[in-house]
Design a protein around this ligand. Structure first.
Ligand code: NAP
Length: 518
């Protein structure tokens, strides 16, 4: 049994309370203990702000980018060992583990690359300057500077490596130290990654702390220059956003929460179209990759009523061929749910959906005596407007086909009933129909992924979050925004307007200083 420790104030430390137990979800065996009771959380915040922040801001953006590149390489060097841990603790197949780990190292590397053009200053010009006075001498220029606080990063269990590193990439590059907390069920993977980060010695002291277990009273010590970046369920996010200390101090809070993502098939897509093939392939990937435990996975499949039978037939056939089993076995394409609690949640969610839908395949039955295995479950809605279809996120290998009449307006109405989503995928060649849908659902989504025959052969799957484009969404998706290239740094930077002599302020702080504008 491994005892997971926290990396606080430059040392690995154990809690002194009652530990939580982590399991191997394939065998239902206990593999690790995790506890952070009694750690000095106030000290961690002060250490991050005082030591870590100061060290980070002794150098500029370009140098911090070089650190990210080194971190990416250090984690990548342990890839095989981390893949094995991910199978043991997360129930991840090799492909699922790579998705998480390569997402982590790829995002660090992407931000390292971006940093190359940012220069060695500790500010970023924000657009062009503007004449304010009667002559150009009196000038205005916006800039962004690192906030001298600490960033608390709370991550969900489903991407223990990627979730931690994508947040770390942005805060470190911005010059803000992080205290990172993983989701407990898969904390062993995060712990191993944290060990690599700490042992690499790449980051200066205090720039990275890691709390494995509860955050204790950490949030009570945050102030106006600090940041809380949360990823997890809408319920936990709402509770944290209302935290009295954070509200009182106007601490920046951003939430990445859950989402009833939808895929929308246009009526004109024939079975032999490249777009149709992409539609079916991506749905199978979304339902089975990471056993459906992906915040971006499609939960609602909007299909023109007359195409429902063809879609269901294709998907049932493909899903029936997915090999389910021990994730360490190379033939396995889908492993178990990540934990017993997840299994209970997902089975209960499937049951709730079955009250308003029929199962075309799968269902909430445990597949094996040991291990949290469920079959990929495709449901077909009886009533497209049933509330539960648009409000309950079943965070597992489950999606529901929802028939609609083929009009963009009707697809818009149903898509937006999700109350705010991370990503909606559109499969259409008809440009006018697509544009109507795009404009109809854009306000309710963080990302619209549009597939036509022109791009079907090169588009990444919609569930893949890319560092170049934003991740997040309005409403129930949390209202947050991460990544999106340099936009991802905004959370950690303060924008300030400078007004004065162009010859001085414009020259020193304007875009011509060599730092890239945000
Ligand atoms: P969760 O139960 O809400 O937990 C998320 C994180 O919050 C975990 O680290 C959890 O720690 C922590 N937490 C819980 N209560 C807390 C408290 N009182 N104070 C401080 N931290 C607290 O969600 P989950 O089960 O890990 O993740 C699944 C959910 O996350 C799904 O709904 C999924 O859609 C969503 N998700 C969203 C995104 C996105 O980018 N939008 C990405 C991934 C997942 P413990 O584990 O120790 O309880």
């Amino acid at each position: 049994m491994i005892t997971l420790e926290s990396f606080v104030r430059g040392a690995w430390q154990r809690g002194n309370g009652r530990p939580k137990t982590l399991q191997d979800p394939t065998r239902e065996t206990d593999i690790a203990h995790c506890d952070s009771t009694g750690l000095d959380f106030a000290g961690a915040v002060a250490w991050g702000r005082g030591v870590g922040g100061t060290q980070l801001r002794k150098v500029g953006f370009a140098e911090r980018g070089r650190w990210l590149k080194a971190l990416s390489a250090a984690i990548h060097a342990k890839r095989d060992a981390l893949i094995a841990v991910s199978a043991e603790n997360g129930g991840s197949t090799r492909g699922d583990a790579k998705f998480d780990l390569d997402g982590a190292t790829g995002t660090l590397a992407a931000y390292a690359k971006l940093a190359e053009s940012l220069g060695d200053e500790n500010f970023l010009p924000d657009g062009e300057g503007v004449q304010l006075g009667r002559t150009p001498r009196y000038w205005g220029q916006h800039i962004r500077v690192p906030r001298p606080g600490v960033a608390v990063h709370i991550n969900a269990f489903n991407f223990p490596a990627w979730g931690m590193c994508e947040k770390l990439a942005c805060s470190v590059l911005a010059g803000v130290p992080a205290i990172s907390k993983p989701g407990t069920p898969t904390a062993l993977v995060a712990y191993r990654v944290a060990q690599v980060i700490a042992e690499s010695g790449v980051l200066p002291e205090g720039a990275f702390q890691f709390v494995c277990g509860s955050l204790g009273d950490t949030l009570d010590h945050l102030g106006p220059q600090d940041t809380l970046a949360f990823t997890g369920s809408a319920k936990t996010g709402a509770m944290l956003k209302g935290h009295a200390r954070l509200v009182g101090a106007n601490t920046r809070v951003t939430l990445e929460a859950d989402s009833l993502n939808c895929a929308i098939l246009a009526p004109e897509i024939d079975d032999d179209a490249a777009t149709w093939a992409a539609f079916v392939n991506n749905l199978v990937t979304d339902m089975t990759q990471k056993t459906g435990q992906k915040c971006t996975a499609v939960r609602r499949i909007l299909v023109p009523r007359e195409r429902v039978d063809a879609v269901v037939e294709n998907l049932v056939d493909r899903l029936g061929r997915i090999a389910i089993g021990d994730p360490a076995d190379e033939a396995t394409k889908m492993g178990p749910l990540a934990s017993g609690a997840q299994f209970e949640d997902v089975s209960a969610g499937m049951q709730a959906l079955l009250a308003v839908a029929r199962a075309a395949c799968g269902g909430p039955t445990k597949l094996t005596a040991r291990g949290y295995f469920l079959a990929p479950t495709l449901l077909v809605a009886n009533d497209p407007d049933a509330e539960v279809l648009h409000s309950l996120e079943v965070f597992g290998p489950c999606a529901t086909v929802i028939p609609y009449d083929g009009r963009a307006a009707e697809a818009t109405r149903l898509a937006n009933r999700g109350g705010g989503g991370l990503v909606a995928s559109i499969y259409a060649n008809d440009k006018r129909w697509t544009e109507d849908l795009v404009l109809g659902i854009a306000p309710w989504h963080g990302r619209l992924w549009v597939c036509s025959d022109k791009v079907a052969d090169q588009a990444y799957a919609p569930g893949m979050v890319l560092p170049q484009t934003i991740h997040g969404g309005p409403g129930r998706a949390g209202g947050g925004e991460e990544l999106g290239g340099l936009r991802g740094l905004e959370l950690y930077l303060q924008r300030v307007a400078l007004q004065g002599d162009q010859g001085h302020l414009g020259r020193r702080f304007g875009p011509s200083t060599g730092s890239a504008a945000v």
